[in-house]
Design a protein. Structure first.
Length: 363
């Protein structure tokens, strides 16, 4: 079975990029994308996957997103038995590439559940433009998704959104983590946060937590891609002196930070699923996450970490009450839980779905 994978862009490192590289390696698939930055692959140490660049994009939002949709809508790739679409815009290639499976991280939140929140964050002159763009592009989004043969959700949380916004059913296949790459080294003197610097990740909440904990340290890893909506948010962040922003780091350095931290803090708004908790648990570390979205699907409250309300004081009180013995006591359960979300279950499930798609079988 020859498989082609379409993925939005490769100008940043995230869970979607890692998942599609894993699938491409396992299936010996070709990967088609836009805005390819070779340094991203270098940082990941990726040399095996055949990646084809459909071209650069305009970098200012929302022109970047509109341009990406057009790139995929105009794509004409032949000679494959099945196609996988990954991201918010790649499924615009779906109508002309069949049978096709959309691996859905979420219906575009800027069009649906986060639309009003984003509108309120804009200046009054920007709001009419955003309303017009989101209304038109949401209509194109729904039409494009309905041209895809099958949808797979990355979590139960996302499956509910797919039902609500697309009126489609979708099995859940959790995204993969290369758990064997992670290790426990020590219980260090800093907490770790790994996320893109987007407003919905609530990095500002993390800063407030550690502003109230001057005796603790937080290291934040992650950046944002050119043309994303986060530049103004990042510019307005005011980290306290005990918070270090590391930006994007090589994969080996990230693994080392997981291995040496005290635990991981994850605070996203209604997170789609979240790979950071899995990577933390694979490193034998506890996770402190907001009790919403996909986090409860991976974090076992009290056993591999703690699920907390999105309130700074709740995190402050929990961190103050944790000692080395408590954190070390979670190590075995955390490592065991992480194995549920390894690469092998993901690849096996996706192979089965693609084989069924080529045979024309239903889910």
């Amino acid at each position: 079975m020859r498989v082609a994978i379409f993925h939005d862009y490769f100008d940043k490192i995230g869970g979607g990029e890692k998942a599609m590289l894993t699938l491409a390696r396992a299936l010996d698939a070709d990967l088609f994308t836009t805005n390819l930055r070779p340094e991203v692959l270098t940082r990941l140490g990726e040399q095996r996957v055949r990646i084809h660049d459909l071209g650069p994009l305009v970098l200012s939002a929302p022109l970047k997103q509109i341009h990406a949709s057009g790139r995929f809508r105009m794509a004409r790739i032949s000679g494959y038995d099945a196609f996988v679409f990954s991201g918010n815009w790649a499924h615009h290639a779906g109508e002309r590439h069949r049978p096709g499976v959309l691996y859905c991280y979420t219906p575009v939140r800027a069009f649906y559940d986060r639309r009003e929140a984003l509108l309120s964050s804009l200046s009054p002159p920007q709001r009419p433009l955003y309303r017009a763009w989101s209304r038109v592009h949401a209509s194109l989004d729904r039409a494009s998704v309905h041209g895809v043969d099958r949808i797979v959700a990355i979590s139960k949380n996302v499956r509910q959104r797919i039902r609500r916004y697309y009126d489609r059913e979708a099995p859940v296949v959790y995204p993969p983590v290369a758990t064997s790459q992670f290790r426990f080294r020590e219980l260090g003197d800093f907490w770790l946060s790994v996320n893109r610097l987007y407003p919905e990740k609530r990095v500002d909440l993390q800063f407030e937590v550690f502003r109230r904990l001057p005796e603790e340290r937080l290291v934040v890893v992650g950046g944002w891609a050119p043309g994303d909506h986060s530049a103004r948010y990042v510019a307005g962040l005011d980290p306290p002196s005990n918070v270090t922003l590391r930006g994007e780091v090589p994969e080996e350095e990230l693994v080392d930070l997981y291995a040496r931290c005290r635990g991981v803090v994850a605070t996203a708004v209604d997170e789609d699923f979240g790979l950071t908790p899995i990577e933390a648990m694979a490193s034998g570390k506890a996770v402190l996450a907001t009790n919403e979205g996909g986090y409860p699907e991976s974090v076992r409250d009290g056993a591999t970490g703690w699920l907390l309300p999105p309130d700074p004081e709740a995190f402050v009180e929990k961190i103050r009450g944790l000692d080395d013995a408590t954190l070390l006591g979670l190590r075995t359960a955390a490592e065991t839980q992480a194995e549920r979300f390894g690469e092998e279950p993901f690849v096996r499930a996706m192979k089965g779905i693609l084989e069924a798609a080529t045979d024309g079988a239903s889910f």
